[in-house]
Write a new protein. Structure first.
Length: 399
């Protein structure tokens, strides 16, 4: 762990005045326009087998501002426009490194509305934040304090589909430090009936946030379907109503996962989870809604970055490891284990297991083997004392 402070974003709601909302909406549109034009220029250059980098698109932006057709770009702060070009450059870097797909054009209706300001485009004094091109500070709801003597390095303003305005301040947080080392470890088995089952035997209930608002959401979606397609006021109002329900569900889910992951990271040094491919699992039409509601991918993401903050270790066990069919007492491997079987008895030693608790215990044991020996996790033979775990070789993919 490094001793340098952790960069942390603090997100707050704010209520803009009519003039501020108009200025920000105009900025969002210009950011989207510049991003799309730069992406189109780079795509055309790519077809001609030419490389266009950030410096070239920045020069293009200067030329665009001098034309009569795009003179309105001068009405907004230039910093968010330059940041849009930097974000596009980062997207291409990820594409060329084969970490992401080819960048896509931003949509007025579907893309996130946001603008990023650096230190030259905002003023933060005495708890008041004033953005460029604005005469008054933003009316921010300070739901939690910033770190003492914190100075934001970047400010990102956004508006979600429910019409709510947010401002995110990125600053150093010296309060985030590695926790004292501990010998505690825990295996975590995720599920649908119970959100989590821990190797200690604890089961965390699935709140089913989406199910609680399913009737309201279905009613609002039916009302939206009855509205005439287009940009009419009634359809915008119905769409906003649906978005508010979705935002309410997502907020409750995120809050619950934050509290849960923080507790797990603080109490355990080693956390072992299963490496699931959620994107493939949601293709099951019967379980897609339930899998999306539990948000396994979001849970893993929160767990990993908090573990990095506080000096903990997260180990992901191979998805083909038979954690449910392996007896945690003697190591025997059962032949079959349908999902309907929740409690089973080992034929070798006679131990009776709860399916999920047994899986969590096996995940913990496999994760500790990886942590101590650096070994990979391989499925064992049915006979106890089979081949030991071996380091897994990365797959050799042809370019």
């Amino acid at each position: 762990m490094t001793s340098s402070p952790v960069k942390r974003a603090f997100k707050y709601r704010f209520h803009p005045t009519d003039a501020q909302a108009s200025e920000l909406s105009r900025t969002f549109g210009c950011v989207r326009k510049v991003y799309n034009m730069a992406l189109a220029a780079r795509t055309e250059a790519w077809a001609r087998q030419e490389r266009v980098n950030y410096n070239a698109t920045s020069a293009m932006l200067t030329a665009w501002k001098k034309t009569d057709e795009l003179a309105y770009l001068n009405a907004v702060s230039s910093v968010p426009l330059q940041q849009a070009l930097r974000h596009l450059q980062s997207a291409f870097v990820g594409f060329f490194a084969k970490r992401a797909a080819y960048p896509r054009f931003k949509s007025r209706k579907r893309s996130r509305k946001s603008a990023e300001y650096t230190t030259s485009a905002f003023r933060f004094r005495d708890g008041l934040l004033t953005l460029a091109k604005m005469a008054e500070p933003l009316d921010i709801v300070w739901s939690r304090p910033l770190p003492e003597k914190a100075t934001p390095s970047t400010v990102t303003v956004s508006q979600d589909s429910a019409g709510r305005w947010f401002v995110s301040l990125l600053c150093d947080d010296p309060s985030v430090k590695p926790l004292p080392a501990s010998d505690a470890g825990i295996g975590i088995d995720v599920g649908l009936d119970h959100l989590l089952t821990l190797s200690t035997g604890e089961k965390v209930a699935n709140p089913r946030h989406e199910r609680r608002d399913r009737a309201r959401l279905a009613r609002a979606q039916r009302e939206l379907c009855r509205k005439a397609k287009g940009d009419g006021a009634n359809r915008r109002k119905a769409r906003r109503k649906v978005a508010k329900i979705h935002a309410r569900i997502a907020d409750r889910r995120r809050d619950h996962l934050h509290k849960l992951t923080t507790r797990l990271v603080r109490d355990n040094q080693t956390l072992v989870i299963e490496d699931l491919t959620v994107r493939n699992m949601v293709k099951n039409r019967s379980l897609a809604r339930a899998i999306s509601d539990v948000a396994w991918a979001e849970f893993r993401g929160l767990l990993e970055y908090k573990a990095a903050w506080y000096g903990r270790e997260v180990i992901a066990v191979d998805r083909f490891f038979p954690s449910s069919r392996l007896c945690s007492h003697c190591g025997a491997l059962a032949e079959r284990m349908p999902l309907s079987v929740r409690i089973w008895t080992c034929e070798s030693c006679g131990s009776t297991h709860d399916r999920d608790v047994n899986a969590a215990k096996n995940l913990l044991a496999a994760g500790l083997a990886v942590s101590v020996c650096g070994a990979g996790v391989r499925p064992q033979r049915r006979i106890p004392g089979g081949p030991p775990a071996r380091k897994q070789k990365p797959s050799q993919r042809k370019p």
